[in-house]
Design a protein around this ligand. Structure first.
Ligand SMILES: NC(=O)c1ccc[n+]([C@@H]2O[C@H](COP(=O)([O-])OP(=O)(O)OC[C@H]3O[C@@H](n4cnc5c(N)ncnc54)[C@H](O)[C@@H]3O)[C@@H](O)[C@H]2O)c1
Ligand SMILES: [Zn+2]
Length: 683
């Protein structure tokens, strides 16, 4: 790799890893497996060693990955909370041992502990009483989550014993046991069954115990935290007085004072014994009630630890050995394709069932057509599946040597599996789409769901299941048909649909005729016309007829409306199928022009943001950036593009640049999510 390539790769890796860190620590979401994350980090580390001139200021190799949030009071740690250097390779442990030996000689011991997979907690005790509990945050500052931590039954609020120091800190791993995790998920599943039959929105299952623990510790409602029965293993003691000399002794004392210390630690005379410990726990760890992902190896003596010291990111007296995520080999039986509500087609691999990390795996994700090509997947290939951090398993490779003679490469579908229309690929996007928006069943259903949602026509008794039934039984072909539904027909044709539900539905549909034009326009579902853009368009053109006649020029002349939206609006009204839909819509009696009253009482205008300045960055789920900007202005706020001390709020979406984020957090600017922003303008 030459210098230029290195520069580019370093930039790319830095950005990517900072983004994964943000998702992991801020949102408790793993977008890649830990193994993948660690491999990328290692690659960056090596490149930075080779080309130190390209190392970036915000390099994830130089700092602890987490951040503080604005949801809690910020506390500054008395002693910084560091990360651990880690490795999946035993050779690195031997190298670590040599480095330690070079620095402090041969006269020392190690203590081995399991590496519990949860979140680091810092607990401060004063006069034997728990005073404060904080997250690691960025290592220097963390979130004060004392109220939530107090719900953990194994964390003592008051200590017992003779020799409890006046002031000290303990560190431990807050975690969710697999039992609690499974129990909560079963509850969600049961609740979802009920919701499904009531046609309500389903709740997501927890992804894995680690992310569930991390998310739960940062909840605002301690009562919910308490119900989730979190737990904690304590693994370190820090104090200014010198009454304890070794880590081993400290663990012993902590246990006596009433802390929950996992009995799995062991002192080891040398690195050989360390390796034995690692091998002993390789399989046995799955019998523990919580997830563990490796072993932490620490030099025992506190004086020796002090001599070895720390780097900016991690102590030199400890290292984590990580067990590699489990992988398995199995046969690919087939690829099936799913069509989403926007028409995007995603492939799913159906596998010969295989045991992986304690569960049976039958399906794996393959993202998109590029991924199929990259893996060079052939029919009936033997594939490697990996389940890192318990995310949906994915195919990481193919054993080409086991390929059957004559097996053909998998080719991505040419036609939509739902409606047979030829698929298209939009410029610059990896996904294939079915363009048959008005007739492709999953897309038709998606459009009805969009139409009835709260922000649109608010026909709230109509859930996903019910819509599917209405379509299946051919009671409706699109959203406009809702307005000619008849009660007798509903009761006769729908499963378990009683008089009361039918009344409620018809009432809801009737009531939607009073929904103002701007929301009807949003409900129609023109691409890029979100709620606020719809409002702008409604305000300007005042009726659907006028809007449908508007030229591109007239459209882009409306404040906040750009070319992309203008093109999309033009395209929509030019399509004969859409014209047919609009004709039917006109017959329903919904409002297709502005009421006088609507002009003055537009829902999202006001002075809630009076004089405040905002930067909008990243990708958002409910509104586009332009829509958010329009909302800010409509509520008396200002939008700027650069982050400075004068800024009041940064509204952070997905995929925003980590450098920007860091800068904002360094300047102490309020970083808020889309939801938090919406809450500000909707009150
Ligand atoms: N999948 C992702 O998207 C993603 C993103 C960011 C980080 N990560 C994972 O997180 C790791 C980085 O996290 P990190 O900085 O917290 O480092 P780390 O988790 O590898 O090591 C430090 C942490 O280990 C924990 N720990 C558990 N048992 C311990 C014990 N017995 N003694 C001491 N500490 C113990 C503590 O919480 C401590 O803060 C990465 O290596 C990666 O595996 C994953
Ligand atoms: Zn289709």
């Amino acid at each position: 790799m030459d210098r230029n390539q290195a520069k580019e790769r370093i930039g790319e890796l830095t950005e990517k890893l900072n983004y994964y860190n943000y998702q992991y620590y801020m949102n408790s979401v793993s977008e890649v497996s830990d193994y993948e994350f660690d491999t990328l980090l290692k690659e960056l580390e090596q490149l930075e060693n080779q080309f130190p001139e390209w190392q970036q200021d915000d390099s994830p190799t130089q700092r602890v990955g987490g951040t503080i949030t604005k949801d809690f009071e910020t506390v500054t740690h008395r002693y910084p909370m560091l990360s651990l250097s880690n490795s999946y390779d035993e050779q690195d442990l031997l190298d670590f041992d040599n480095r330690v030996r070079d620095a402090i000689g041969d006269d020392f011991e190690y203590v081995c502990e399991l590496k519990f997979d949860g979140v680091a907690l810092s607990l401060t005790y004063e006069n034997g009483i728990l005073k404060q509990a904080a997250t690691r945050g960025d290592g220097v500052q963390g979130d004060d989550i004392t109220a939530n931590v107090k719900t953990v039954r194994t964390i003592p609020l008051r200590l017992h014993g003779e020799d409890v120091p006046e002031l000290f800190e303990v560190r431990g791993e807050g975690f969710m046991s697999r039992e609690s995790f499974n129990r909560i998920n079963s509850q969600i599943e049961a609740e979802n069954l009920k919701r499904q039959s009531a046609g309500k929105k389903l709740q997501n299952l927890l992804a894995n115990p680690r992310n569930a623990a991390s998310g739960t510790f940062k909840m605002q409602d301690s009562a919910v935290v308490s119900e989730r029965k979190l737990d904690c293993f304590v693994y370190s003691f820090i104090s200014d007085n010198n009454q304890v000399a070794t880590h081993f002794e400290a663990l012993d004392k902590l246990k006596k004072w009433g802390f929950n210390v996992s009995p799995t630690f062991r002192s080891c005379k040398n690195i050989k014994e360390v390796l034995e410990y690692i091998h002993d726990w390789q399989e046995k760890r799955f019998e523990l009630p919580l997830d563990t992902d490796g072993v932490v190896i620490k030099v025992n003596g506190y004086n020796q630890q002090r001599t070895l010291g720390n780097t900016s990111k991690s102590p030199r007296w400890a290292i984590a050995y990580k067990y590699k995520a489990e992988s398995a080999t199995t046969r690919l039986n087939s690829i099936t394709y799913q069509v989403g509500r926007t028409g995007a087609v995603t492939p799913v691999a159906n596998l010969e069932p295989v045991q992986l990390a304690g569960t049976t795996v039958k399906r794996a994700s393959v993202h998109n057509a590029n991924e199929i090509a990259r893996l060079d997947l052939h029919e009936h290939d033997m594939v490697y599946v990996e389940k890192g951090g318990e995310i949906i398993p994915k195919i990481t490779g193919v054993d080409a040597s086991a390929r059957e003679v004559g097996s053909l490469p998998i080719e991505f579908l040419k036609n939509c599996p739902a409606c047979q229309t030829e698929l298209i690929r939009k410029e610059g996007e990896a996904a294939y789409y079915c363009p048959n928006e008005r007739q492709c069943p999953p897309q038709v259903k998606g459009k009805v769901e969009h139409f009835v949602q709260r922000k649109a026509m608010n026909i709230d008794s109509l859930g996903s299941e019910r819509i599917e039934q209405l379509l299946e039984k051919q009671l409706i072909a699109d959203a406009t048909d809702l307005y000619s539904l008849r009660k007798v027909e509903l009761i006769a044709k729908l499963d378990k649909f009683k008089e009361k539900s039918a009344d409620k539905l018809i009432e809801g549909i009737e009531a939607s005729k009073e929904i103002p034009f701007s929301r009807v326009l949003f409900a129609i579902g023109i691409r890029f016309v979100g709620a606020t853009v719809a409002e702008k368009l409604a305000e300007h053109f005042k009726s659907l007829d006028a809007l449908s006649q508007a030229s591109k020029e007239e459209l882009v002349n409306v404040p906040e409306i750009g070319e992309k939206i203008a093109d999309s609006v033009k395209e929509f009204f030019a399509d004969p199928l859409n014209q047919g839909f609009i004709e039917k819509l006109k017959a329903t009696g919904v409002k297709l022009e502005l009421d006088e009253s609507e002009l003055s009482t537009s829902a999202e205008t006001g002075d809630a943001l009076d004089g405040k300045t905002f930067v909008i960055s990243g990708v958002f789920t409910q509104f586009s950036r332009d829509e958010l900007k329009a909302m800010i202005k409509a509520n008396g706020g200002k939008v700027t593009s650069s982050i400075s001390k004068k800024l009041d709020f940064l509204v952070a979406g997905d995929k925003m640049g980590p450098a920007k984020l860091q800068k904002a957090s360094d300047l102490g600017i309020n970083i808020i999510s889309e939801e938090e922003f919406l809450a500000m303008v909707q009150n």
